[in-house]
Ligand binder design. Structure first.
Ligand code: DAH
Length: 336
């Protein structure tokens, strides 16, 4: 047999033996048979090289090395595959739990909003939505907030530059909404009483950022309109809502206050340790607001409330600094 045929025969036999090995022990036998230094097929092949004429020996020696390297590489590849049977394509056990990837989690504020919808949904409130970029009419005017009210001050709001006002529309200043009360108006424009909705989302104010203030935060707005909605119902809904989310040990306090869109108005506080923390405002919907959307205040009444979502989440999880919510530090987020 000339050396070429011998190399070819060796290679074919070695590669098919390697491919046929199904475990580490079987593969080791193949290694000794085809790559063993002291005996076996490699030794025989070496003898073939020894027999060629001296002037051909360098070229044939190189061929010998190539064949040996190829078989060695195939063997090592097969070894790796057989060492990790669970990861080979034919042996994935889809019932085993995953270990290499950690599942992500919903942001604590998202979790809180899901809980809120769940709890308030049990009182019959459905979820409505409204835009974050608003016009002055929905953010102020329809809510009975007059032109000269300090809340409309450009320094208290994020107004958009005039260049961004919608093309072809009358030039009405627009801003990032400063409160979710805007959605009260948007819902009442579209629907007739009875109404029982909440709306959860972001609001924006150019406040100085500190442990309890942010220029963007979340509110849950509530609105209930009907034939004889009362302040007693409002207080009951807010108390039940707060104790369901925070636990029976929380005390809810109502303080007389003023908002242009409610009459009478209250501010709502919750107990936190020895302190009181304001969590929102509420009241009976002002007749002027009902008139603005075409309702008859002699026929329907209603209550409204606006709650700060961050503060509920902070009390429940004992978070002392609102800025943690927006830093996206996974060491913080992974705890929820
Ligand atoms: N929109 C008010 C704010 O952001 C909160 C508020 C007060 C909402 C009274 C209401 C309400 O619906 O009735 O400060």
């Amino acid at each position: 047999m000339d050396h070429n045929a011998a190399f070819q025969a060796y290679e074919t036999a070695a590669l098919s033996a390697i491919a046929a090995a199904t475990d580490a022990a079987g593969l080791e036998k193949v290694r000794i048979e085809f790559l063993g230094k002291k005996q076996g097929q490699l030794k025989d092949l070496q003898a073939v090289v020894g027999k060629v004429a001296a002037d051909q020996r360098p070229a044939v020696g190189k061929l010998f090395n190539d064949v040996r390297d190829k078989v060695t590489a195939a063997l090592e590849e097969r070894q790796k595959l057989l060492e990790k049977p669970k990861k080979s394509l034919t042996a994935i056990d889809i019932a085993l739990p995953g270990t290499e990837f950690k599942l992500g989690k919903r942001h604590p504020l998202t979790q809180t909003m899901e809980d809120f919808k769940d709890i308030i949904g049990r009182f019959g409130f459905t979820v409505a939505d409204g835009p974050e970029i608003e016009d002055e009419y929905h953010n102020f005017k329809a809510l009975n907030i007059p032109d000269d009210h300090p809340a409309r001050d450009p320094l208290e709001n994020f107004y958009l530059s005039t260049a961004s006002y919608a093309a072809g529309q009358p030039l009405q200043p627009r801003l990032l909404r400063s409160q979710t009360s805007t959605v009260q108006i948007r819902v009442m424009e579209q629907q007739q009483p009875p109404i029982r909705i909440v709306s959860l989302g972001r609001v924006y104010r150019p406040d100085t950022i500190d442990a309890t203030h942010s220029c963007m935060f979340h509110q849950m707005e509530g609105l209930m309109i009907g034939a004889d909605v009362t302040m007693a119902q409002l207080k009951t809904v807010l108390r039940l809502f707060a104790t369901t989310y925070l636990g029976q040990d929380v005390t809810i306090r109502f303080r007389p206050s003023f908002f242009p869109f409610t009459e009478p108005s209250v501010e709502v506080d919750m107990s936190w340790g020895k302190d009181w923390l304001e969590i929102g405002g509420a009241g009976m919907v002002d007749p002027n607001v009902l008139k603005a959307v075409g309702y008859d205040p002699e026929v329907v009444t209603g209550f409204a409330f606006g709650l700060g979502i961050e503060r509920f989440c902070m009390r429940r999880h004992q978070i002392k600094d609102i800025r943690r919510f927006y830093e996206n530090d996974v060491r913080f987020l992974a705890q929820f």
